[in-house]
Write a protein that binds this ligand. Structure first.
Ligand SMILES: [Zn+2]
Ligand SMILES: [Zn+2]
Length: 269
């Protein structure tokens, strides 16, 4: 069976052949996903799964241990090389600069990114893309405790979701949100803004466009944010993370209307 990364890579190639405007960014994403999948395998070997239930985590630790940092830091260099060779121009230049700064600066950046809850600059997004497979690995080994809350943050790492998905549930469709970092997925009521908890449906307009009729742009007129939700009941072939990336024109559209994205995706878009 294909790994989640292989499935995302395949979908990236599929979408690139349909949407020429997104081909470059999807090509870069496919390179990143390939690296992430390989890193996941290496990290799994480096940190054997502890079986004792006492070790089971419920939340992501707020910082990387010295052992984790020494395992991760040297692996950041090949990732920077990849971004330097295959990334968009600005990211390639940044990666070259970061590579020249050396190991001490990398471990500082990785530690700071691990603790950052609202990434905004390009180097944090770059480090985030590198760290994501490790956050995802830890989350897959954790037992998540469901929370009751209106303001939607990830139950494992407390970060904001970068997209939503709709899945078939009984006769209808239920919405869940996907964490921007560890990719945890948790259910969240459909008619509630994940940014501010607004429940008045008149203030929660939903838009779609014919190019991406299975992606909902869910806006909130109270906090002026939006999140894109991939409706898997309308398109079962979608890989939500990848389709979210490919539908960048919807982001331009929402921003033109004064809505800010609740949380940028892994490529800072
Ligand atoms: Zn998370
Ligand atoms: Zn809101």
């Amino acid at each position: 069976m294909a790994s989640p990364w292989q499935q995302r890579i395949q979908r990236a190639h599929e979408l690139a052949s349909i949407h020429a405007f997104a081909a470059e960014i999807l090509g870069f994403y496919a390179d990143v996903a390939k690296f992430q999948g390989e890193l996941h395998v290496r990290l799994l070997a480096a940190f054997p799964v502890r079986s004792a239930s006492a070790e089971m985590r419920h939340e992501l630790s707020p910082e990387l241990s010295p052992a984790e940092l020494s395992e991760l830091t040297p692996r950041f260099e090949p990732f920077l090389s990849l971004a330097e060779t295959h990334g968009p121009k600005a990211l390639a230049e940044l990666s070259r600069e970061l590579r020249a700064r050396g190991k001490d600066s990398w471990s500082g950046l990785l530690q700071a990114t691990w603790a950052a809850h609202s990434p905004s600059d390009a180097q944090t997004f770059l480090a985030l893309a590198f760290l994501q497979p490790y956050a995802e690995l830890l989350r897959s080994l954790a037992s998540l405790r469901p929370r009751q809350q209106t303001h939607a943050v990830c139950p494992f790492c407390n970060r904001k979701p970068s997209l939503g998905v709709m899945r078939q549930m009984g006769d209808g469709a239920a919405r869940s949100l996907i964490c921007s970092f560890c990719l945890a997925e948790w259910q969240f009521r459909r008619l509630v803004c994940p940014g501010c908890g607004e429940e008045n449906d008149k203030k929660l307009p939903v838009f779609t466009a014919s190019d991406f009729d299975y992606i909902r742009v869910e806006c909130c007129d109270s906090c002026n944010t939006y999140i894109k939700t991939v409706d898997l009941t309308k398109n079962g072939h979608a890989e939500p993370i990848v389709d979210e990336l490919a539908s960048a024109p919807l982001d331009l559209w929402a921003r033109d209307r004064g809505y800010a994205k609740l949380q940028s995706n892994l490529l800072g878009m």
